[in-house]
Design a protein. Structure first.
Length: 260
């Protein structure tokens, strides 16, 4: 794709993630292009595994391995909570990924959104300890994927335990994108699960740059298991719903905060 086509593709994917579907006529209006161009853009994105074309438009791909959770109220609540905010955060985070970098991600809905937004990068390797990220990226020929292995934890497809921690300890990454159950200026980054906390500690230790991706509801919250102090965080990306009072403690500790 050329630069104009890439710009259109980014806009199409933004609309798709915001609404779940797009129409050819709607894209022609938004992008100011012909029907033929809109169809060609959708075809190219389908071939890359970003969407599925339908009669008159396209829909977002919902991988079949999520089907078992379609009627799971707790899973649906987690994925649906602050969904728009998570997408904005993820888009901002994905833009930080550069050609040739190796990145790691902790488990979670926001970090999953981050990898969905990585486009137009060359030579990027994704290190993951989650099954869903590995599966979602299995059709992405533009990314290399390294999976740690380990014991599967069902709540968010996490791979945990000694095998996962050892595998992660053998890889150094340029950037780690950290999802949290809570982040507090005094008590640090926390998780609800001890296994996830353990693998997250390793990810933090192996990363040159640590980027927290957390919606406003996570700021000031404290879960059960601490796995990182805020002094180890380089950047916090949150959404516009985060108040000045909520981000002030992090700014006071010298952490860069971006509201998107």
């Amino acid at each position: 794709m050329n630069s104009k086509a890439n710009s259109r593709a980014d806009r199409i994917l933004q609309e798709l993630r915001r609404k779940g579907s797009v129409s050819i006529n709607g894209l022609c209006s938004i992008l100011d292009v012909s029907i033929a161009t809109a169809r060609r853009d959708l075809r190219d994105l389908e071939q890359q595994g970003f969407l599925r074309r339908t009669y008159g438009g396209a829909i977002s791909i919902d991988p079949l391995f999520y089907e078992a959770f379609r009627h799971d109220s707790s899973f649906q609540e987690q994925t649906g909570r602050h969904a728009d905010e998570k997408r904005r955060i993820a888009l901002a985070a994905a833009e930080l990924v550069k050609d040739g970098e190796t990145i790691a991600l902790t488990a979670g809905s926001t970090t999953t959104e981050v990898v969905r937004h990585i486009r137009n990068r060359q030579g990027v390797t994704v290190v993951t300890s989650t099954v869903n990220v590995a599966m979602e990226l299995s059709k992405r020929k533009d990314l290399e994927v390294f999976v740690t292995g380990g014991f599967l934890r069902g709540d968010w497809f996490s791979l945990v335990g000694p095998a996962a921690e050892h595998a992660m300890s053998q890889v150094f990454v340029d950037k780690a994108f950290l999802g949290v159950n809570g982040i507090d200026a005094e008590r640090g980054l926390t998780s609800d699960n001890p296994g996830e906390a353990a693998i997250n500690r390793v990810i933090v230790n192996q990363a040159r740059e640590r980027i927290v991706v957390a919606d406003y509801g996570k700021l000031g919250a404290v879960a059960t298991y601490r796995w990182c102090g805020v002094e180890q965080v380089n950047l916090l990306i949150t959404d516009a719903g985060a108040s000045d009072a909520a981000i002030a403690p992090f700014l006071e500790r010298g952490i860069e905060v971006r509201r998107v």
